[in-house]
Design a protein around this ligand. Structure first.
Ligand SMILES: *Cc1c(COP(=O)(O)O)cnc(C)c1O
Length: 355
């Protein structure tokens, strides 16, 4: 088993349609120009004006006291639990959550925390499931410290946590003195799809972060927000983890540009996702989720083609998709047009018909 991704096969044509992930977005020329013009300083000593502006803007957007710029969303999750928890503490999360499945066991390796899965449909657990998982405080059980949700739920299919459900979760957490953490990798997708502001979505959550290197189209970076005290502690972990930066304003400028230019357009990605799902649903043997945002999961196995085979046939035609959770994930984003979606549907129909 290779531990590193395979390098591109030289026999394959170049990728023309990249649906593998919204992390695949490339910075636009205008974004690169904003980066080139960025005023910079030394972020580690609190002296980079563009990074400071970004953090102030995101803190305000999310209705929190303060924020800090980190290299990745993963570091936001890891630094947050390192602040919130002590060794042996329990974190409650959906079994498909990034914290549990895709962070290399960081919460156990670095913090000594255990994650208890709270199952539920489409990456979302119910308030009842959460309530039922709460244990009376005793010397036998791990101290239950944090409940976390993923907005939107990635492997769940880009599912949106409704504002009303989020409110129920935070109310239960407060009643039992649990800390609330929102992994907002795609929070802005949820906001654009529902019309609920980021501030309202984040209301009542102790720590919240947004990712800039996904659908927002920046090359690097995520910003986590919370109270002044929490952010001070995140800064310490940022230093410890080696995430404190220098002229990070170059990257922060891309994030500021994304906030100005790449939020409303997420609606186009959602429309493209719906078109793709509609097209796939018409192909006999393909099952597909109804996307609420920009993630489409489909299963071609009933056509007689395995997911791996479908992925490799698509790749031969210059279309890149990814395997996730035994299905194929296609992700719409900044670099995917409506025409590319049409071409993808035709390609999948053609491959399925030859099964
Ligand atoms: C991508 C992702 C992350 C991690 O973000 P990176 O910036 O890639 O480290 C965390 N949570 C969810 C739900 C994600 O989709």
């Amino acid at each position: 088993m290779r531990m590193t991704p395979a390098s591109p096969d030289p026999k394959l044509p170049p990728v023309r349609i990249n649906l593998m992930s919204d992390t695949q977005t490339r910075p636009t020329l205008a974004m690169r120009e904003a980066m080139a013009r960025a005023e910079v300083g030394d972020e580690q000593i609190g002296d980079d004006p563009t990074t400071i502006a970004l953090c102030e803007r995101v803190a305000d957007m999310l209705g929190k006291e303060a924020a800090v710029f980190l290299p990745s969303g993963t570091m936001c999750n890891v630094a947050a639990t390192l602040v919130h928890c002590r060794p042996g503490d329990e974190i409650l999360a959906h079994p498909s959550a990034h914290v549990l499945t895709r962070e290399g066991g960081a919460h156990a390796a670095l913090g000594g925390f255990q994650i208890t899965p709270l199952p539920g449909e489409n990456g979302v657990f119910t308030p009842e499931t959460f309530r039922a998982a709460i244990q009376p405080v005793s010397r036998y059980s791990a101290p239950q410290r944090v409940v976390t949700v993923e907005q939107t739920a990635n492997v769940g299919g880009g599912t949106i946590w409704k504002k009303s459900t989020l409110d129920e979760i935070t109310a239960i957490a407060r009643a039992h003195k649990l800390i609330t953490h929102m992994d907002g990798a795609r929070l802005m997708n949820a906001c654009v799809a529902t019309g609920v502001s980021a501030r309202d979505m984040a209301e009542g959550w102790d720590s919240v972060w947004i990712d800039f290197s996904k659908g927002l189209g920046a090359p690097i970076g995520a910003v986590i927000a919370g109270t002044d005290t929490f952010i001070d502690e995140v800064w310490r972990w940022k230093q410890r983890l080696g995430g404190a930066m220098r002229q990070s304003g170059i990257c922060a400028a891309a994030c500021l540009y994304a906030l100005d230019h790449h939020i409303d357009r997420l609606a186009d990605d959602h429309a493209n996702a719906r078109t793709l799902a509609r097209g796939l649903a018409q192909i006999p043997g393909i099952t597909v989720n109804q996307p609420e945002t920009n993630l489409i999961f489909f299963d071609p196995t009933a056509t007689g083609i395995t997911t791996q085979r479908m992925i490799s046939e698509l790749r031969k035609r210059g279309i890149l998709t990814g395997a996730l959770d035994h299905r194929i994930r296609a992700c719409t984003h900044l670099d995917v047009t409506a025409t590319m979606i049409e071409e993808t549907v035709s390609a999948i129909r053609d491959i399925a018909s030859k099964a």
